[in-house]
Write a protein that binds this ligand. Structure first.
Ligand SMILES: Cc1ncc(COP(=O)(O)O)c(C=O)c1O
Length: 394
């Protein structure tokens, strides 16, 4: 058998911001025997999954379930509502906004990027006024979509999506609103219908507490309408055949049967707990993590208190320290996985995920591992972050 565990005894502490730890209940359900995806049992099960996922997105509209990672779901969204050469507005919030924009370019769209001049946009939430200003200037309505990241996983910054919708409406602009909530959904509050998203993209391996392998597109009536006139060649990603098949709980291709068992179980757990309780639980762990960072005297990558992510905290290390050496130490010595700094903050920051099957004590273990690893790097904290987090949580 493939040996992925290292030599250390005890459990591995997976505190990257996704893939997140999977609850045992979910793992067990994934191990149920695979059934015929065209048989009678599957249709009833498929309908339950499709109904459950609408509740998670807080939408009454259809949700497309792809066998794909988040990147596939990004592409699925773009090819269904945009034609080659269309102008698309991206707001630069971090590495994932940039990667999505690069994908858009590769498939023949014309992305334009905006961000507040003079501000390090990787440290702040989206300024919706800038989107409104840009759309007001687009009097010919050449911009066909506004693409934004709800929870920027590279920085730990969560943006206000309702404000982006308001900005588009205030500019009386017909651009569609496409939102990446790959790492937000299921952990940070997200309301697809109420916030007026046209397509919300997500994935299984973050707040939904599943292994990677499922990607989602939640739709709006307008997105479905627009998709009918789009000429971009596509087959696997095309919504029309999937929507047709989904009416009876089936898929045109082979769905990820066993991951869907897990999705069914994870949604049951989340809906039983109540989404608002789930969101509050993540907020609390995030706040504990911020108390720790503050006590250590380390800076949060997010500078806007309104936008602190409930999903992960990205912490900058002091000048002269290599954040990846700290992570290496935490992994080798304490069996703790921390997220690496991505893109322009590589080596300068590390990320602590507080999502998935995680609770106060697993977070405390991670914070202890960080504190000991900081010590091993020669860092003298202002105070104990572990004690500060304990004080907050007790
Ligand atoms: C915000 C965000 N968008 C998109 C992606 C890409 O998803 P995937 O790696 O599943 O393709 C990720 C992955 O971490 C992400 O965090």
């Amino acid at each position: 058998m493939l040996k992925l565990d290292n030599h250390l005894s005890g459990r591995h502490f997976l505190h990257i911001p996704g893939p997140s730890p999977v609850p045992s209940r979910v793992l067990r359900s994934i191990s149920y025997q695979t059934i015929d995806h065209r048989g009678p049992e599957f249709g009833a099960f498929g309908l339950q999954v499709l109904e459950g996922i609408q509740k998670i997105f807080q939408t009454k509209q259809p949700v497309i379930v792809y066998s794909a990672s988040g990147t596939g779901a990004w592409e699925g969204a773009l090819v269904n509502v945009l034609n080659s050469g269309d102008k698309v507005l991206f707001y630069e919030t971090g590495q994932f906004a940039n990667l999505w924009r690069a994908l858009a370019k590769r498939i023949g769209l014309e992305p334009e990027v905006i961000g507040k001049v003079g501000q390090d946009t990787w440290r702040w939430g989206i300024d919706a006024d800038l989107i409104e200003e840009r759309l007001l200037k687009d009097t010919q309505h050449e911009i066909k979509a506004v693409c934004v990241v709800h929870n920027e996983t590279s920085t730990g910054v969560t943006s206000n999506i309702a404000a982006v919708r308001k900005a588009i409406d205030a500019a009386k602009h017909p651009a569609l609103l496409l939102v990446d909530s790959v790492s937000g959904l299921g952990a940070a509050e997200y309301r697809h219908d109420q916030w007026g998203a046209d397509v919300t993209i997500s994935g299984s391996q973050k707040g939904l507490m599943l292994p990677p392998g499922i990607g989602f597109n939640a739709l709006s009536p307008r997105a479905i309408e627009v998709s009918k006139g789009i000429k971009t060649p596509k087959s696997y990603w095309a919504w029309d055949e999937i929507l047709e098949s989904n009416k009876t709980g089936y898929w045109p291709t082979t769905p990820s049967t066993n991951l869907m068992y897990g999705l069914h179980e994870a949604m049951d757990m989340m809906l039983t707990e109540g989404l608002d309780t789930v969101f509050a639980r993540h907020q609390r762990l995030a706040e504990a993590c911020r108390h720790a960072a503050l006590a250590w005297g380390l800076e949060n990558q997010c500078l806007d208190a309104e936008c602190y992510s409930p999903v992960l905290t990205c912490i900058s290390v002091p000048e002269g320290m290599d954040a990846d050496l700290l992570r290496k130490h935490a992994l080798e010595k304490f069996n703790l996985s921390l997220g690496t700094g991505l893109g322009k903050i590589k080596g300068k920051a590390f990320r602590i995920g507080h999502l998935g099957d995680c609770n106060e004590l697993s977070l405390m273990a991670a914070l202890s591992g960080v504190e000991m690893s900081l010590g091993a790097m020669g860092f003298k904290p202002k105070a104990s972050g572990v004690v500060a987090a304990q004080e907050f949580l007790k």
